[in-house]
Design a protein around this ligand. Structure first.
Ligand code: C5P
Length: 320
């Protein structure tokens, strides 16, 4: 190590899918998607320190359920970056989880995105964001988005991103489940339940218009997820969660991604807190979290990058 860098810390956001249209299974084992991602203020934080080999420790929300063997996406990200740049994969990685595990919010993908950025800084490999995004897509369909952040339309497997305009802030109450759903299993059940017909996959133009206008009421009306019936089929009592947030006046609610997290849209932060309180009081979730979106993608929070501040390292934080 030729630098005095002792620690690099990167934060990457979790996501909600505000719309998710799923097509028929492709030959490569993936489904074509048309989706709208919103990055939200639940964060994974990856710390990378100089070390003689590559190690990983995990703490935080649902850490016990996270594998630390070769299947871990953060370790795979470090190996991939090392291979792509010809450096030795040497780093002590620590992941502090703030995104629910197995909840359909791409926490593992955020770990991978944050690790790419953290190791790029630690190893001084200096890859441009566009190259990091290519490596991210090799790691998984959901990995490019946490690098990108904010709001984006995802096509292909969900990895081909186009930025989308969004005005204002959206406040969500998240109803979390201890029994996560496996993404491949949800997609397999989607196929077994008849999957999608053919036809063009599109995200509703009314949803993109609502985001451009900053119209939370309209956004709440047009939230849509083709995987929601599958999640409800696998976990029928999710219907109770929807009932509770509807009665508490949510502007809309949907399962995020492959679930089972239910995201309920509040009129403002206070209302999101009230929705979370209603979920807790009714006992229809194992935990709740309030988040706001959209927020920026993966970024260095320590050391602060040269020539400027790291923006607002504290940023918006989730509330319980
Ligand atoms: O790319 P990632 O590892 O996140 O995907 C996990 C699994 O989810 C895939 O192996 C596939 O079974 C399923 N999937 C899919 N279509 C997508 C994204 C994921 O079928 N667009």
């Amino acid at each position: 190590m030729t630098t005095s860098t002792t620690e690099v810390r990167v934060r990457a956001p979790g996501k909600l899918n505000l719309a998710l249209a799923v097509g028929s299974l492709r030959e490569d084992g993936y489904h074509p998607l048309a989706t709208v991602f919103q990055a939200v203020s639940a964060y994974e934080e990856v710390t990378a320190r100089p070390a003689d080999d590559l190690t990983l420790t995990v703490s935080g929300l649902g850490a016990d359920a996270v594998p630390t063997d070769g299947s871990n996406l953060a370790l795979r990200a470090a190996h991939l970056l090392a291979r792509a740049t010809g450096v030795e994969p040497r780093a002590a990685l620590h992941v502090r989880k703030g995104v629910p595990t197995g909840g359909g919010m791409a926490g593992g993908s955020a770990d991978a995105a944050a690790t790419l950025l953290a190791c790029d800084a630690l190893w001084q490999t200096g890859l441009p964001r566009a190259r990091l995004a290519e490596l991210a897509a090799e790691l998984g369909a959901d990995v490019p988005f946490p690098l990108h952040g904010q709001t984006a339309v995802g096509r292909g497997r969900g990895d081909l991103l186009t930025p989308a305009l969004s005005r204002g802030e959206y406040h969500w109450a998240l109803a979390l489940r201890a029994d996560g759903l496996s993404t491949p299993e949800v997609f397999a059940r989607f196929d077994a339940m008849g999957g999608d017909g053919v036809g063009e996959l599109e995200v509703p133009s009314s949803l993109l218009q609502a985001l451009r206008a900053g119209d939370a009421v309209e956004l709440g009306r047009v939230l849509v997820n083709d995987l929601q019936p599958v999640a409800l089929d696998l976990l029928p009592d999710l219907a109770d969660t929807f009932e509770v947030v509807r009665e508490a006046g949510a502007l809309g609610a949907l399962v995020s991604g492959s679930g089972p997290t239910v995201a309920a849209l509040g009129r403002n932060r206070q209302h999101a807190l009230a929705l979370a309180a209603a979920v807790t009081a009714a006992g229809v979730a194992d935990d709740v979290l309030c988040v706001v979106g959209p927020v920026p993608g993966a970024r260095l929070v320590a050391p602060v990058s040269r020539g400027g501040s790291a923006g607002d390292p504290a940023g918006p934080a989730p509330t319980r």
